[in-house]
Design a protein around this ligand. Structure first.
Ligand code: ADP
Ligand code: ZN
Ligand code: ZN
Length: 700
């Protein structure tokens, strides 16, 4: 053990301090230990648990243990290389654990940088005084120098009003800053942030993704007018190495850095002087964590702002319907930016009805003509297709065999591997299964196997044939697998070295392409019908965002959407850039059928070898409240639906089903879940089924 660790001695008749310790184990409740010196709540300790040593966090200092005092073990060490976690941080993680129905330890400890919650980082030869001492010794890279402070902009009246509203807020208020792409929302964030910084407080600025937009950090520094202050900003996202992440976390937690720019995980960072929270693109689904603690960073931001009595700004061109609804009923204050900040028109949207058109490899003549015209003008073109790979399936022309994943109920996707010579392979997007493309049909032996449908790779290939002069680039999860390759590809587009960009949703976010004149959208209908009740909302947001890439600086941009269903409300609203109309229509529809935001949901998902095991478990889970109604005072107000198999039932040889519970009262649902989650966990152990409960699920 090293200097930062205070060893405890064997108990004699000295006073014992009883501690409730949270551990990162899938068991509810705290674990009793004692110390011989007083230890504050929020302090990390090393304890032995079973046969292991673990880092735990003191969550409670107690007058007496819950179990027989004689069987309580002593903690093994107190970790005091950082001060105890603050009360407000403890409140935040406790709330998250309660609301999302997870054991406290499974929320508290994962919220810390890895090194602070591993016994190994404090023991052994490499410890060198512990992770904090090591981080403090290591030299930080100087922040890259950039061009200089941005010249101050004259805000327009709507922007001024928005900044004033935010900075004048007394205590907590959640604002919805609504404005199309390019309406100057970022400018509003920056002006409000500057004022908050000037008051000596910290700002938490959350964005959906960071890895793709490193230039954003630079522009943030420039806009905050503190280019040469390397201490100003800390950046946190999951792409950082553990050491970098710890250093950034420490700078924020110690109050050295004043602005935290980060993805969803940054919501759990301790910030001693937090004075403003900004959530950009608040509708973005990447604010929702999809495993472990399935939290919404956006929702936690609102909670944290309320808890700390500081303003929260949610910004979006296409707010989530939950947020819009809250603004409509006055829970949030709506701030609207109705104009684009610069005198640039919104792109013109055109719907191409593909029902009676002969398409050439998925392209309508209208779209091909438009591409030609834009290229002739030296403008850039973006072709958007939300499907990577070469073709979604390989099929036998004589017997109809299709390539399927042996481990999932899903097709395998054909991918073209660009190497010394081109060869193909099949890949499952659910489990990662890889296989060679068979030479002949496994069923009938025919050699006539053909790719069916199109992915981004195939589009790229056809475009290269049609437009041999054009420089074509593709941005999707495949082309950007290597670290840094996304940045490099985006840089090429920005530098004007690309004429046609083919991409998935990766291209929709955040980027502002100066020379982009045309956006073509293929196969949007698949997004509309393949998913759950939120599919139109998501499609609208995504297409508005892609559309926003066009003509941000140059003349009139154009967006062409190919569809078989031009009369669908989502497309009609896109034609008019009419978010409000779309939101009104969608909310009425949701209200009529009692869907969120007019109902609150939780989803229990079960995984087993066989579907019937999962379904049997869920059926029993659904009836648990009836066996002990006195423990479920609100069960009358909670609807339990029938278990259903997931759309993709089997993934990696596990079969999955889910059970939806719903209530029009959030407190009623919360009361129900508090009992139910514990009962369900016990039941799952008996059934030997893996399950997880998700509160406010985004996908059903
Ligand atoms: P958003 O975040 O809503 O997409 P930005 O804040 O990035 O919009 O603004 C879009 C563009 O307009 C940026 O280039 C920005 O510098 C510029 N801009 C914003 N506000 C103003 C203003 N008041 N006057 C002139 N240009 C502005
Ligand atoms: Zn065949
Ligand atoms: Zn698979």
């Amino acid at each position: 053990m090293n200097a930062d660790v205070v060893p405890t001695q064997e108990p004699t008749e000295a006073t014992r301090y009883w501690l409730g310790v949270a551990l990162d184990v899938p068991l509810a409740g705290l674990f009793d230990y004692y110390a011989l010196i007083p230890v504050n709540a929020g302090t990390r300790v090393i304890v032995s648990f079973g046969r292991r040593q673990m880092v735990g966090m003191v969550a409670q200092v107690k007058a007496a243990p819950d179990i027989a005092p004689g069987s309580v073990k002593a903690i093994e060490a107190v970790l005091d290389d950082i001060p105890p976690m603050s009360d407000d941080w403890m409140r935040l993680v406790s709330f998250a654990a309660r609301y999302y129905q997870r054991p406290l330890g499974e929320v508290m400890l994962p919220a810390l940088p890895v090194a602070l919650r591993k016994v190994a980082s404090y023991t052994g030869k490499g410890a060198r005084g512990g992770p904090v001492a090591r981080a403090d010794k290591s030299k930080r890279k100087a922040a890259a120098v950039c061009a200089g402070d941005a010249p101050p902009l004259q805000l327009n009246p709507e922007q001024t009003q928005a900044v004033q509203a935010v900075t004048a807020a007394q205590g907590h208020q959640t604002f919805l800053l609504h404005g199309v792409t390019g309406s100057g929302k970022t400018e509003v964030y920056m002006h409000a942030a500057k004022q908050v910084l000037a008051q000596g407080r910290q700002v938490l600025f959350m964005v959906p993704e960071i890895n793709l937009t490193p230039q954003f950090e630079q522009s943030l520094r420039a806009r905050l007018g503190q280019v040469d202050n390397p201490d100003l900003l800390a950046v946190l996202h999951s792409g950082l190495a553990d050491g970098e992440r710890l250093r950034a976390w420490l700078r924020i937690a110690r109050g050295q850095a004043r602005v935290l720019l980060g993805t969803r995980l940054s919501i759990m960072t301790p910030m001693p002087d937090l004075g403003l929270i900004i959530v950009d693109e608040e509708h973005d689904t990447s604010y929702k964590q999809q495993d472990g603690l399935r939290y919404s960073a956006r929702d936690l931001a609102v909670w944290r702002g309320h808890d700390l009595q500081v303003p929260v700004v949610l910004g979006s061109a296409t707010p989530s319907l939950e947020t819009w609804h809250n603004a409509q009923r006055g829970h949030y204050q709506l701030l609207s930016l109705t104009q684009r900040a610069r005198a640039v028109q919104l792109p013109q949207v055109r719907l191409v009805d593909t029902r009676r058109l002969a398409l050439e490899h998925g392209f309508s003549p209208q779209l091909l003509d438009a591409i030609k015209a834009r290229l002739a003008q030296n403008e850039q073109v973006l072709i958007f297709l939300n499907r990577r790979g070469y073709a979604p399936v390989v099929s036998c022309n004589s017997c109809g065999w299709v390539s399927q994943c042996p481990r999932c109920t899903a097709y395998t996707i054909l991918h073209r591997t660009q190497g010394g010579r081109t060869h193909n392979h099949l890949q499952c997007h659910h489990c990662g299964y890889h296989a060679a493309v068979p030479r002949r049909c496994p069923d009938c032996g025919d050699q006539d196997l053909r790719p069916m449908g199109r992915g981004t790779q195939r589009l790229e290939e056809h475009l290269a044939e049609w437009f041999p002069q054009a420089r074509i680039s593709r941005i999707d999860a495949d082309s950007t697998r290597l670290k840094g390759s996304a940045e490099a590809l985006f840089a090429q587009v920005h530098a004007g070295e690309v004429d046609i960009l083919v991409g998935t949703q990766m291209v929709a976010k955040g980027h502002d392409f100066a020379k982009l004149g045309l956006v073509g959208v293929l196969n949007a209908d698949a997004m509309l019908f393949a998913q759950d009740f939120r599919a139109p909302e998501r499609l609208f947001a995504q297409l508005m965002q892609v559309a926003g890439r066009a003509g941000r600086h140059a003349g009139a941009g154009e967006v062409i959407i190919q569809t078989d269903y031009p009369e669908q409300p989502v497309y009609q609203a896109l034609l008019k850039h009419d978010y409000q109309g779309f939101a009104r229509y969608s909310l009425e529809e949701r209200k009529a059928v009692g869907l969120p935001p007019f109902a609150y949901q939780a989803l229990l998902t079960a995984e087993a070898r066989a579907l019937k095991t999962a379904v049997a478990f869920l059926s029993e889970a659904a009836t648990l409240p009836d066996t002990a109604p006195e423990l479920y005072p609100t069960s009358e107000a909670v609807t339990r639906y029938d278990p259903v198999p997931l759309r993709v039932v089997r993934v990696a040889n596990t079969e999955r089903a889910q059970l939806l519970v719903e209530s029009d009262s959030r407190p009623a649902l919360q009361t129900f879940l508090a009992t139910w989650s514990a009962d369900v966990a016990a039941l799952a152990t008996r059934h030997r089924v893996r399950c997880h409960l998700e509160v406010d699920p985004l996908e059903i």
